[in-house]
Design a protein around this ligand. Structure first.
Ligand SMILES: Nc1ncnc2c1ncn2[C@@H]1O[C@H](COP(=O)(O)OP(=O)(O)OP(=O)(O)O)[C@@H](O)[C@H]1O
Ligand SMILES: [Mg+2]
Length: 424
């Protein structure tokens, strides 16, 4: 109970005592007056004067009591408004591990149910945010503050980063009374950091290797040129296959190097508002013949957004993803069932497009590595397809990740910022 509440109870008790005394005094005056047959003595007048003075004092005390009650209510309203208007999440945990206070920001950030009962234990409430419950437990156990710790975890399958400070709450006489936990959403800041790091490392890879690849391609072109000068017909029969092999191999390597240079050179985007649905449908159209020949289907569904993007590069990115999906279904010997789905995130600032297949799937250990240049598990692959997809998506300030599809295939997810029109 707050000091204000104690003061109010004390004041109410004083007022009640004074009112009782006053009533008693008035009754006594009337009694005396009745006994004296209606004639008031000096003593009675004195008592009447005292009664009036006491009435006045009681009225004053009552006014003070009302003013204090109003002040207490106003201060409670102010503290409630402060807690509610905090843009950071706030959770208060009491000594028994229950959560008496959760502000709206905390509810929104952690997608907590509404309304909450005071008796909910914090472990149950924070089921989806285990690491947050762990730091609260740490603070409750140690009695020490935990300042600005960054927690990374998944909520509803989506990565989330929180910046958290937990301080112990002290009751009267410094006894432990629980913990107060303040946290902010760092997910977008984290994503931005990751994107910048990735952009920098892609630029470094480009700088380091582009010169080398260029020289390499020139050398290959020379070897290929000389091999072409050799007239196969004038060569003795046993040597012809060797020359043919030199031509084929230099041609294939030349293609790899050209692809790599396309990947390594700095992305020069031609940006314009582009409709993602139109881009996806074009890429699907190109892959459709191949898919049908294998008895499969490609479905396009969901709500697509308009983004500020490079149409040619984005189409290339989706084409690479569809080709991978078809190749994976071929490896798994199944008829392709590919779905390209788009959703707008709740705040409508990000478009999320997923390409899901029913192919062989991606081993969990490979889900990060598949985006590295030259990582391939295919005999004929160069391992540049997804590296190019990642570069295109990152240059659009987006992010691409791989996961397992519910049916066991692969799901590649792209998130890119939606074009914000005025007033949105
Ligand atoms: N849809 C998918 N299903 C299963 N594995 C996939 C899928 N997409 C990519 N992969 C894995 O990721 C690896 C890298 O893909 P990436 O597109 O970069 O190269 P690649 O397909 O092997 O060669 P390239 O695209 O250059 O012809 C693939 O070899 C494969 O192992
Ligand atoms: Mg590929």
């Amino acid at each position: 109970m707050s000091t204000h509440a104690y003061a109010l109870i004390g004041l109410t008790a004083i007022v009640a005592a004074l009112a009782a005394t006053l009533t008693y005094a008035v009754l006594r005056i009337f009694g005396a007056a009745r006994d004296a047959g209606g004639a008031l003595t000096d003593r009675d007048r004195e008592i009447a004067w005292m009664t009036a003075a006491m009435e006045d004092a009681v009225a004053r005390l009552k006014r003070q009591e009302q003013a204090m009650a109003a002040r207490a209510a106003a201060s409670e309203r102010l503290s409630e408004a402060m807690v509610a208007s905090l843009t950071s999440g706030l959770l208060v945990v009491d000594r028994e591990g229950r959560v008496p206070i959760v502000n709206p920001a905390a509810r929104r950030l952690l997608a907590l149910p509404e309304p909450l009962t005071d008796g909910t234990p914090y472990r149950r409430l924070l089921q989806q945010a285990g690491p947050l419950a762990d730091v609260i437990a740490e603070c409750l156990a140690s009695g020490h503050a935990i300042v600005r710790r960054t927690l990374d975890f998944e909520r509803d399958g989506q990565p989330m980063s929180l910046g958290v400070t937990v301080s112990p709450l002290h009751g009267e006489g410094g006894t432990p009374a629980g913990a107060i936990c303040l946290f902010t959403d760092l997910t977008t800041v984290r994503e931005l950091e990751d994107r910048i790091r990735l952009k920098e490392s892609l630029a470094q890879v480009g700088e380091l290797t582009a010169g080398l690849a260029h020289e390499f391609r020139n050398g290959l072109a020379t070897i290929h040129g000389y091999s072409r000068l050799l007239d196969l017909d004038s060569l003795p029969e046993p040597y012809r296959p060797y020359v043919q092999a030199i031509r084929d191999e230099t041609e294939a390597l030349g293609e790899v190097v050209t692809n790599f240079l396309a990947f390594a050179k700095p992305a020069a985007l031609t940006l314009a508002p582009v409709d993602l649905r139109a881009i996806v449908e074009r890429a699907v159209e190109d892959a459709q013949a191949d898919c049908r020949s294998r008895g499969g289907t490609i479905e396009v569904c969901g709500t697509f957004a308009t983004i500020d993007g490079d149409e040619v590069l984005l189409r290339q990115a989706f084409a690479n993803l569809l080709r991978n999906a078809l190749e994976s279904c071929e490896a798994a010997r199944v008829a392709p069932q590919i779905v390209v789905e788009s959703v707008l995130e709740a705040d409508r600032r990000m478009a999320r497009v997923t390409v899901t297949d029913n192919g062989a799937g991606i081993a969990p250990a490979d889900r990060e590595r598949i985006f590295r240049p030259f990582f391939t598990t295919k005999n004929e692959g160069t391992g540049l397809g997804l590296a190019i997809v990642q570069k295109i998506v990152v240059s659009h300030n987006g992010r691409v990740t791989a996961a397992a599809a519910p049916g066991g295939g692969a799901r590649i997810e792209i998130r890119m910022p939606v074009l914000q029109r005025d007033g949105q």
